[in-house]
Design a protein around this ligand. Structure first.
Ligand SMILES: *[C@@H]1O[C@H](CO)[C@@H](O)[C@H](O)[C@H]1NC(C)=O
Ligand SMILES: *[C@@H]1O[C@H](CO)[C@@H](O)[C@H](O)[C@H]1NC(C)=O
Ligand SMILES: *[C@@H]1O[C@H](CO)[C@@H](O)[C@H](O)[C@H]1NC(C)=O
Ligand SMILES: *[C@@H]1O[C@H](CO)[C@@H](O)[C@H](O)[C@H]1NC(C)=O
Ligand SMILES: *[C@@H]1O[C@H](CO)[C@@H](O)[C@H](O)[C@H]1NC(C)=O
Ligand SMILES: *[C@@H]1O[C@H](CO)[C@@H](O)[C@H](O)[C@H]1NC(C)=O
Ligand SMILES: *[C@@H]1O[C@H](CO)[C@@H](O)[C@H](O)[C@H]1NC(C)=O
Ligand SMILES: *[C@@H]1O[C@H](CO)[C@@H](O)[C@H](O)[C@H]1NC(C)=O
Ligand SMILES: *[C@@H]1O[C@H](CO)[C@@H](O)[C@H](O)[C@H]1NC(C)=O
Ligand SMILES: *[C@@H]1O[C@H](CO)[C@@H](O)[C@H](O)[C@H]1NC(C)=O
Length: 608
C-alpha cells in the first residue's frame, strides 16, 4: 500500500505523539514521584495501597487509586483528577497532604452526555447549576500513643472553589471562609451554584506522633443530591424496641404506609445496614457520619451478609409484624454485654461502589447515614426479648422468662400458644353475635365484628404477655410481680425486701397464674398495659359480650393498667409496637366519651 506524503506525515506525527504519551505514562505511573512535577507546592499524593494493610483492623480493605487517569490526557492540570457526576472516587492521603479534583464545566452543564437524566442541557439556558459535593472519611490514622488519654485524629478538610488557587492550593487561614468545610464525624457536604469548572480539595491535616497510618476518603459530585448524606431527623429513623441482658431488638420506621406499595417494598428486601458499637468503644469516634468509616470500624454489623454467617451476633430482615402491618426492617442482636450502652447507626447503602457510576435517572443511589440510636442492655436475666410471634404478632418486647426452662423461641411459643387458647374462648362468645347480618342490624354503625376482634386480640395479647423489667428497674411505673418465687438460678429475694412484697397479692403473683406455674420467672417488674387498650375493646365490641374496664382511681385499675405520661422519657405504660426510643408524635388514644362501667374481673386480671 502506497501512502501519499500527507498520510506519511500524519503517521509520523501520530507515532511521535504515541511515543510521547508512552513516555508520559511511564514517568507518571504511580509511585514515580509525581509530586516533583507539580506546580503547586502543597501537593503530595496518597501512598501506595499496600500501606493500608498496616492500619489496624483494615487488612482486607483495598481502596482504589485513580488520581492519574484523566490528568494525563484530559485538559485538567497534572495531578488534578476529574470528578464525574455521580461517580465517587476513593484515595489514600498521608497526613499533611492534599488531593485535588476538578468537576469540569462540561460535566456540570451536561455537554458530554445525559448526566442529568433528562434532555441534554443547552448551556445558554442556565447561567448556573447547583452542584452537590460530598466526601467521607473511610479510614483515619489510629492512636498509637502510650498515654491513657485516647483521642481521635483531626478531621479532613474539604475546600471548594471556582479557581485552582483557592480550591486546590493553599487553605484559607480562616476555615470559616466560604468553600472550606471541616469534616464532621467523617463527613462533609457542600453545595454551590457553579458557572464553570469547580475545584475540590481534600486536605489531610498534620497529626501528632501519637497517630499512625493514613487517611482514606471517598469524594463525589452530583447534580441531584449529595452522594454521601448524613441525615439528622426530628424523629429517629431507627427505633429501639426493647432489650434484655444479652439481646436487643430494633426496627426501622414504616418503610411505606401506602398499601399499594407494600408488596414492592417487601420484595426489594432489606434496604439498610446497621452498625452497632459499645458506647465506651472509641473505634468509631470521628467516623460516625461516614458509611464507609463505620463499615471498617463498628463492632457489630447487621446486614444480609451477616445473616448468612453461622455465628453472627446479628440478624436482620423485613417484617410486617407490629402495629399497622406495614413493612419495616428489623434487627435482632444477641451476645451483647449486660448493663451496657450501645449506639446503633443505620446506613442506607450506596448502590454504587467507588468508581462506578449511578444509573441515569436513579436519584437514590448514594449512601445515607442516619442519626445514631442509643440503647441499653439490662443486668437481670429473667426478662427476655421475644419477637416474631405467630398469633400475637405485635408483641416485640421483653417478657418474663426463665433460661433454665425455655430458650427464646420456646418462650415466645409458650406465651403465644397460651394467648391463642384464651382467644378461642372469646371466639366462641363472638359466634353468638350476628356479624354477617346486614349493616343496619349490627350493634354499631361505626364498628363491626372485625374491629371488635382486632381490639380484643390486641388487649388479650398485651395482658397475657406482660412487659417485663428487671426487678432492679427504677422505673416508677413498673409494678413488682411474683416476689415470693425464687429466681431461675434458685436464689430468693432477701427477706427484708421479700416480706412486705409477698404480703400483697398483686406483688406476690403474676397477672396470670400461667406465668408463675409454667414459666417460673421469679421476681420481676411489669410495665402495665396502657388503659386505652382496654377502652378500645369497650368501644369496638357489642355490649352483649359483657366486657368492661376498671375506672381510673379504683385500686383494681392501679394494679392492672397504666396511663400515658406525655413528657416522660421512660415509658409509663405498655402499648405493643411502641418503641423505647421516643417518637415525635405520641398518639393519645384515651377517649373522653366512654362510659366506664363497673369493674369486670375479666378485664382487670386474669387470675385462675
Ligand atoms: C504540615 O506540616 C508541614 C511542616 O510543618 C507544613 O509545611 C504543612 O503545610 C502542614 N500541612 C498542613 C495541611 O497543615
Ligand atoms: C442520551 O439520551 C438520548 C435520548 O434522550 C439517548 O438516546 C442516548 O442513548 C443517551 N446517551 C447516553 C450516553 O446515555
Ligand atoms: C468565581 O466565583 C466568584 C464569586 O463567587 C465570581 O465572582 C467569579 O466570576 C467566578 N470566577 C469564574 C472564573 O467563574
Ligand atoms: C443557587 O441559586 C439559587 C437561585 O439563584 C438560590 O436560590 C440558591 O440558594 C443558590 N444555591 C446555593 C447553594 O448557593
Ligand atoms: C406504622 O404505622 C402504623 C399505622 O399507621 C402506626 O401505628 C405505627 O406507629 C407506625 N410505626 C412506626 C414505627 O412509625
Ligand atoms: C463485652 O465486654 C468485653 C469485656 O469488657 C469487651 O471486650 C467486648 O468488646 C464487649 N462486647 C460488646 C459487644 O460490647
Ligand atoms: C440469681 O439471679 C438474680 C437475678 O438475676 C441475681 O440478682 C442473683 O445475684 C443471682 N444469684 C446468684 C447466686 O447468681
Ligand atoms: C429451643 O428449644 C426448643 C425446644 O425446647 C428446641 O427444639 C430448639 O432447637 C431450641 N432452639 C435453639 C436455638 O436452641
Ligand atoms: C406468695 O407466693 C408464693 C409462691 O410464689 C406462695 O408460696 C406464698 O404462699 C405466697 N404468699 C402469700 C402471703 O400469699
Ligand atoms: C411533665 O413535666 C413537668 C415538669 O417536669 C411535671 O411537673 C409534670 O408533672 C409532668 N407531667 C406528667 C404528666 O408527667
Amino acid at each position: 500500500m502506497q501512502w501519499g506524503p500527507l498520510q506519511s506525515r500524519l503517521v509520523a506525527s501520530l507515532a511521535a505523539s504515541l511515543f510521547l504519551l508512552a513516555l508520559y505514562l511511564l514517568l507518571f505511573s504511580p509511585n514515580v514521584a509525581l509530586a516533583a512535577e507539580l506546580p503547586l507546592d502543597s501537593y503530595e499524593l496518597g501512598d501506595a495501597p499496600h500501606d493500608v494493610g498496616n492500619v489496624r483492623g483494615a487488612a482486607s480493605y483495598e481502596p482504589e487509586f485513580d488520581l492519574f487517569d484523566r490528568s494525563i490526557i484530559g485538559r485538567a492540570l497534572p495531578g488534578v483528577a476529574t470528578l464525574e457526576n455521580d461517580k465517587p472516587r476513593a484515595l489514600n492521603l498521608q497526613p499533611g497532604t492534599m488531593a485535588c479534583y476538578v468537576v469540569e464545566k462540561s460535566a456540570i452543564f451536561g455537554n458530554d452526555g445525559n448526566s442529568t437524566g433528562g434532555a441534554p442541557l443547552r448551556p445558554l439556558d442556565e447561567a448556573s447549576k447547583t452542584l452537590h459535593l460530598s466526601a467521607t472519611t473511610c479510614l483515619q490514622p489510629y492512636f498509637s500513643g502510650s498515654n491513657d488519654k485516647r483521642s481521635s485524629p483531626p478531621q479532613l478538610i474539604l475546600s471548594v472553589s471556582n479557581s485552582t488557587e483557592a480550591g486546590c492550593r493553599k487553605l484559607s487561614k480562616d476555615p470559616k471562609d466560604a468553600g472550606v468545610t471541616l469534616f464532621e464525624e467523617g463527613a462533609a457536604m457542600y453545595s454551590l451554584n457553579a458557572t464553570g469548572d469547580i475545584y475540590v480539595g481534600i486536605t489531610a491535616p498534620n497529626v501528632s506522633s501519637d497517630f499512625q497510618g493514613v487517611y482514606n476518603f471517598e469524594v463525589a459530585a452530583s447534580l441531584t443530591d449529595h452522594f454521601h448524606r448524613y441525615q439528622k431527623r426530628d424523629a429517629a429513623e431507627l427505633l429501639w424496641m426493647d432489650s434484655d441482658s444479652t439481646s436487643a431488638l430494633l426496627v426501622t420506621r414504616n418503610l411505606t404506609e401506602n398499601e399499594a406499595d407494600v408488596r414492592r417494598i417487601m420484595d426489594q428486601g432489606p434496604p439498610y445496614e446497621l452498625f452497632v458499637s459499645n458506647r465506651d468503644s472509641a473505634a468509631t469516634d470521628g467516623l460516625k457520619h461516614s458509611a464507609c468509616g463505620l463499615q471498617h470500624t463498628a463492632q457489630i454489623t447487621a446486614n444480609t451478609l451477616s445473616n448468612s454467617k453461622s455465628n453472627s451476633p446479628a440478624r436482620t430482615g423485613m417484617t410486617l409484624k407490629g402495629p399497622g402491618g406495614f413493612p419495616k426492617q428489623q434487627f435482632y442482636f444477641a451476645s451483647l454485654n449486660a448493663s451496657s450502652s450501645y449506639i446503633g447507626i443505620l446506613v442506607k447503602k450506596s448502590k454504587v461502589a467507588a468508581h462506578e457510576k449511578r444509573q441515569v435517572g436513579d436519584f437514590d443511589t448514594g449512601s445515607v447515614v442516619f442519626e445514631a440510636t442509643e440503647f441499653q442492655t439490662v443486668s437481670g436475666t429473667n426478662c427476655k426479648v421475644v419477637t416474631d410471634l405467630e398469633f400475637c404478632n405485635e408483641i416485640q418486647y421483653a417478657v418474663p422468662g426463665n433460661d433454665k426452662k425455655f430458650n427464646g423461641t420456646a418462650l415466645a411459643k409458650a406465651y403465644d400458644d397460651y394467648a391463642k387458647t384464651m382467644y378461642a374462648n372469646f371466639e366462641t362468645v363472638m359466634m353468638q353475635i350476628p356479624c354477617d347480618a346486614p349493616r343496619t342490624s349490627l350493634y354499631s354503625l361505626a364498628r363491626n365484628c372485625n374491629d371488635c376482634k382486632a381490639a380484643y386480640k390486641k388487649w388479650l395479647c398485651t395482658v397475657s404477655i406482660p412487659r417485663c423489667e428487671d426487678f432492679t428497674s427504677s422505673n416508677r411505673f413498673a409494678l413488682t410481680r411474683n416476689a415470693g418465687q425464687a429466681f431461675p438460678n434458685g436464689s430468693q429475694l432477701p427477706d427484708d425486701v421479700r416480706n412486705p412484697l409477698i404480703a400483697m397479692p398483686y406483688s406476690n403473683a403474676s397477672r396470670n397464674a400461667f406465668i408463675d406455674s409454667e414459666i417460673q420467672p421469679g421476681p420481676y417488674k411489669e410495665l402495665l398495659p396502657c388503659e386505652d387498650i382496654c377502652y378500645e375493646v369497650v368501644q369496638s365490641c357489642p355490649a352483649a359480650i359483657g366486657f368492661t374496664c376498671p375506672q381510673p382511681g379504683l385500686i383494681s385499675f392501679a394494679y392492672s393498667y397504666g396511663r400515658r405520661e406525655e413528657n416522660g422519657s421512660t415509658a409509663s405504660c405498655n402499648y405493643p409496637g411502641v418503641a423505647q426510643t421516643p417518637m415525635s408524635a405520641a398518639r393519645n388514644l384515651v377517649p373522653d366519651s366512654i362510659l366506664l362501667s363497673s369493674v369486670s374481673l375479666a378485664a382487670v386480671m386474669m387470675f385462675g
